[in-house]
Design a protein around this ligand. Structure first.
Ligand code: ADP
Ligand code: MG
Length: 537
């Protein structure tokens, strides 16, 4: 396979991202206790562009971030299909330039969404692979695989990446792995969380917990266990990854995480920085050789690969050089860029990131002096300029960056998986409901023709898991069914809140209005997933 991945004319040297190869870390030997039961649990950061797996080692009382078969600590969230193979991770990304329509990535942007969502339609325009509407308006990625057109849901693609992460951990530990904690962005709704759990199930994993990425990063730094943590502590998590940037302000008190505000950009990340660099070298090539490489996708892709490497180098050196044989028109190209030039090319993007920090603070109605800790997350926060701008913004505050930022989320997930393992599933009060949850009710006797109003069953900031009941009745004589509409939000009227879903309770026994007793139950699981049921008593 490695021959096939790297044909003689491959534009990629053997070590695709040499700066990523940090050397295989030898696992510490498994102890008998770790080998018992279901084996060690793992934490997986299932990222949009890169994923990372870490394992909690109880006998050593520490987390180990697991290198993949290439020796890299993060694995591209990319799956590629050919007539003969299915490739996942580095192998898939390495051949993507030659097989763009069958190399799928960004599955996380589709998971739990509908084909007709505006964001899905917007993304489809940018992707080289095909996405078609499937059953129940689910988006399906369409590829040629084994000589046929095959359709995969985002859950299936994510499950393939999860299998890769599971196998990575298994190869490292030398035993099978079953239990996993998976992280998701704060803004993931119910169906996106459920779809992530489904992806775990398809991968044959038992999902112990779904946890928010910034909460996981805070756990990695032990911010939930600081001395004096009886008082609330406010943490700002700054996550600049491959394709997205997220700022979250979280308050931590007695191990409970409350999201105060979030801000961010769904299309701002490392790839945009690469684009700027590619554009820079395209112009340079044009100037030096009077030849435009923009017409050649292959040349562009080779240049992009070189830029990715140069960018990573610039995080530790002040100048990066590369050469590409016969880049275009048989011209060998020598590229050179300084860190200062790179920063200049991207300054407006870096500033945008800081604007999101300001916006998040103002949404949380907070001043920057009220932030106790600032945590760096995401590979692109390795860039010194990003760190400097952020540190300057916080008046020289020391940033939490001792854990590699692209590993921090998986690290925290692994800590949590260890705790789940030790204490069972429902041990910690980890999260709260960010918004009130309720059902719509009408009362035409009180006031005819008024809009539905919100009957809150689970008030905001209730720690989860939680189960609450409400008692209701019918509005008309001999009513046969009741429509149950579930909302979240703080408005007194449901029209001001967000409709999460609805269903009909049918087959009521005919009775005068006000007589039937209907009990509705709302249950929010530890994962943040809401279940609503109704019975006619
Ligand atoms: P995700 O956004 O999928 O969560 P990561 O947090 O791992 O992914 O971020 C991936 C991004 O980080 C990529 O765009 C990559 O180019 C960038 N990156 C990784 N290492 C470095 C580095 N040393 N310097 C600059 N950027 C880096
Ligand atoms: Mg990430």
């Amino acid at each position: 396979i490695s021959e096939w991945i790297l044909p003689p004319d491959s534009p990629f040297p053997l070590q695709y991202f040499p700066v990523r190869v940090q050397g295989r870390r030898a696992p510490s030997p498994l102890t008998p206790a770790e080998m018992g039961g279901d084996g060690p649990a793992i934490g997986v950061d299932l990222g949009t562009t890169y994923s990372c797996v870490a394992v909690w080692r109880p006998s050593h009382n520490r987390v180990e971030v697991v290198p993949n078969d290439q020796g890299n600590l993060t694995t591209p969230s990319c799956v590629a299909f050919t007539d003969a193979w299915r490739l996942i991770g580095d192998a898939a990304l390495n051949q993507a330039a030659r097989n763009p329509v069958n190399s799928v990535f960004d599955a996380k942007r589709l998971i739990g969404r509908r084909f007709n969502d505006a964001s899905v339609q917007g993304n489809i325009k940018l992707w080289p692979f095909k996405v078609i509407p499937g059953p129940a308006d689910r988006p399906m990625m369409a590829v040629q695989y084994g000589g046929e057109e095959k359709h995969f849901t985002a859950e299936e693609i994510s499950s393939m990446i999860l299998v890769k992460m599971k196998e990575t951990a298994e190869a490292y530990l030398g035993m099978s792995v079953k239990n996993v904690v998976i992280t998701v962005p704060v803004y993931f709704n119910d169906s996106q969380r459920q779809a992530t759990i489904d992806a775990g199930a398809i991968a044959g994993l038992n999902v112990l917990r779904i946890i928010n990425e910034p909460s996981a990063a805070a756990i990695a730094y032990g911010l939930d266990k600081m001395p004096g943590s009886g008082e609330a502590k406010t943490v700002l998590i700054f996550d600049l990854g491959g394709g997205t940037m997220d700022v979250s302000i979280i308050s931590v008190q007695n191990g409970v995480f409350t999201v105060k505000a979030t801000s961010g950009d769904t299309h701002l990340g490392g790839q945009d920085l690469n684009n700027r660099m590619v554009e820079h070298f395209v112009q340079d090539f044009l100037k030096k050789h009077k030849s435009d490489i923009r017409g050649s996708p292959r040349a562009l892709m080779r240049l992009r690969t070189a830029c990715e490497r140069a960018k990573r180098m610039l995080s530790s050196t002040v100048e990066a050089k590369f050469e590409i044989d016969k880049l275009h028109d048989s011209i060998d190209y020598y590229g050179r860029i300084t860190r200062a030039r790179f920063e200049e090319l991207n300054m407006d993007l870096f500033r945008k990131c800081i604007e999101h920090v300001e916006k998040c603070l103002s949404d949380a109605k907070m001043d920057k002096s009220q932030i106790h800790d600032v945590v760096l997350v995401g590979g692109s926060t390795r860039i010194p300029k990003v760190q400097q701008l952020l540190q300057d913004f916080f008046d020289g505050k020391t940033l939490c960056k001792s854990i590699n930022p692209d590993e921090a989320v998986a690290y925290g997930a692994a800590v949590l998986s260890g705790e789940c393992d030790r204490k069972g599933q429902d041990f910690l009060l980890l999260d709260v409901t960010p918004l009130s949850l309720g059902v719509e009710i009408y009362d035409s006797r009180v006031q005819p023709h008024i809009p539905g109003f919100m009957n809150v069953l689970v008030p905001r900031n209730t720690t989860i898991p939680v189960k609450r009941e409400g008692r209701y009745t019918t509005e008309f004589d001999n009513q046969k069914s009741v429509r149950i509409k579930v909302y979240e939000g703080e408005g007194a009227w449901t029209k001001d809140n967000k409709l999460l879903g609805e269903f009909m309770l049918e087959g009521l026994v005919p009775a005068p209005r006000g007589v039937p007793k209907i009990i509705e139950t709302m249950e929010v699981e530890a994962n943040g997933i809401l279940k609503v049921t109704a019975v006619d008593m």
